[in-house]
Design a binder for this molecule. Structure first.
Ligand SMILES: Cc1cc2nc3c(=O)[nH]c(=O)nc-3n(C[C@H](O)[C@H](O)[C@H](O)COP(=O)(O)OP(=O)(O)OC[C@H]3O[C@@H](n4cnc5c(N)ncnc54)[C@H](O)[C@@H]3O)c2cc1C
Length: 410
């Protein structure tokens, strides 16, 4: 009898797992559930989709389930997992059986603010949520917007709304934009570019509650002041979608707990993507690393283990980029070290963070072509003392053969 593999979630982690599986196995029967009413899509492409109207990068292909021979079930929610009977309980009251299960439920908005359940608060965490927000803008009902949070999703929404002609105020409780990833130098650049684009970014401004009589109409700040706007958007962070695990004995904390093969605490159940806690490949810290490249890589590792190739996950990366600022920005790894190298490169900046002659992190503004080479040096923990000076040169990393020769030369 064919093995039946059930995937809960059709985001990049689930999609990458199925595509890897199908490279080796066309026999297993695969069922994939998604709360979304759409075929699989790529969340990072949503902003471009709404700016250009093109779905070219958004969709994995409406015929993806056919190509992949997947029984794809959009709009079907997993309500509970019953490992003792190898069953997933669905929101519609039915149950499906599995031989192997993959949890790839991703993340949702995390907004620990009073009044967040009032109607009229929008977010951009899924295509459904984004459609509701953009639908309101396109119907002419939202000329002004207030965004709470200047992390990378908040920044992307602000730039998109500006592009659509909305007057945007964005508040951030800390003293810089994208505080989790950008160093103060790069963040100052991003802030200046945001303001030049017309976004009214206010730092050191903490929201306390969404307020309104019926629908939400404004945000009360810690100072007591209330800011109002036609449309209110929460971009305060994300948290794993794990409600359906309550009472299942599948170990989880902030995210699902997995081992280095991405197996959960229960046999035959794997997990990948924004819903899991994994170790950071640089520091070994365990936490949820909610970015696309990690989700894709974890999906591959899960598939290989399902296939029986004993495959270790090497750990998650820290990385983020901003595409819609007018000048590209990319930040990788840590923003600290015992040595900091910084130089102007072709009108932008390159900052490198080193520890004992090893690259710990880097931030590039403008010309980001060195990112690939730098990322490889970082992940390989290369001793870079002989090439340190050259790493700030504009041409460094542009021609992989050249830098590989430099690095591997004894
Ligand atoms: C606007 C935006 C821009 C981004 N830009 C970038 C970027 O530039 N670079 C980057 O690295 N990352 C970016 N990210 C983050 C990246 O999109 C995520 O890390 C990635 O999507 C995680 O993939 P995933 O499959 O784990 O989860 P998700 O993409 O969240 O997918 C989860 C899937 O699970 C389904 N699901 C959830 N709960 C259930 C349930 N109970 N039953 C059934 N199905 C369920 C959902 O419907 C969905 O199909 C961005 C995210 C957003 C929102």
């Amino acid at each position: 009898m064919n093995t039946r593999i059930v995937f809960i979630g059709a985001g990049p982690a689930g999609v990458s797992a199925v595509e890897t599986l199908r490279l080796h196995d066309r026999h297993s029967s695969v069922i994939m559930l998604s709360t979304e009413p759409y075929p699989p899509y790529s969340p990072p492409a949503m902003v471009d989709h709404f700016i250009t109207g093109s779905g070219a990068h958004l969709w994995r292909g409406t015929d993806w389930p056919i190509h992949m021979e997947v029984d794809y079930r959009p709009g079907v929610v997993a309500a509970a997992v019953r490992p003792e009977s190898h069953q997933v309980q669905l929101g519609n009251g039915q149950a499906i059986e599995y031989d192997q299960l993959v949890i790839a439920t991703g993340s949702r908005l995390h907004a620990p603010l009073e009044g967040v359940d009032l109607p009229g608060i929008y977010n951009f965490k899924s295509l459904s949520a984004a459609e509701a927000l953009i639908g309101r803008v396109k119907s002419g009902q939202a000329r002004t917007a207030l965004i709470v949070g200047a992390g990378f999703i908040g920044m992307e929404i602000a730039l998109l709304l500006c592009e659509l002609g909305v007057k945007v105020v964005q508040i951030e409780m800390l003293d810089q934009v994208m505080p989790a990833m950008l160093d103060a130098h790069t963040a100052a650049f991003a802030l200046q570019a945001m303001r030049q684009r017309g976004v009214d970014v206010r730092l050191n401004t903490k929201a306390q509650a969404f307020v309104g009589n019926g629908d939400a109409t404004g945000v009360q700040l810690e100072s007591g002041e209330v800011l109002e706007a036609d449309i209110l958007i929460a971009a305060t962070g994300v948290r794993p979608n794990l409600d359906f695990l309550a009472g299942s004995e599948i170990a989880h904390r902030w995210g699902v707990t997995v081992d280095d093969r991405l197996r959960t605490s229960i046999p035959d159940i794997y997990a990948a993507g924004d819903c899991i806690e994994t170790s950071d490949r640089l520091t070994g810290d365990i936490y949820v690393h909610a970015i696309l490249p990690n989700a894709i890589e974890q999906g591959k590792v899960v598939a290989l283990n399902l296939l029986g190739y004993d495959t270790v996950y090497e750990g998650a990366e820290r990385m983020n980029s901003l595409k819609h600022l007018g000048l590209p920005i990319i930040a990788v790894g840590l923003k600290q070290g015992d040595e900091v190298l910084r130089a102007r490169v072709d009108g932008g900046w390159r900052t490198l963070y080193l520890q004992e002659n090893r690259l710990l992190g880097f931030q590039l503004i403008g010309d980001i072509r060195a990112a690939g080479a730098l990322r490889t040096l970082l992940n390989r923990h290369e001793d870079i003392r002989r090439i340190k000076d050259r790493m700030l040169e504009p041409t460094f990393g542009q021609g992989s053969l050249v830098w590989q020769a430099i690095v591997s030369y004894p």
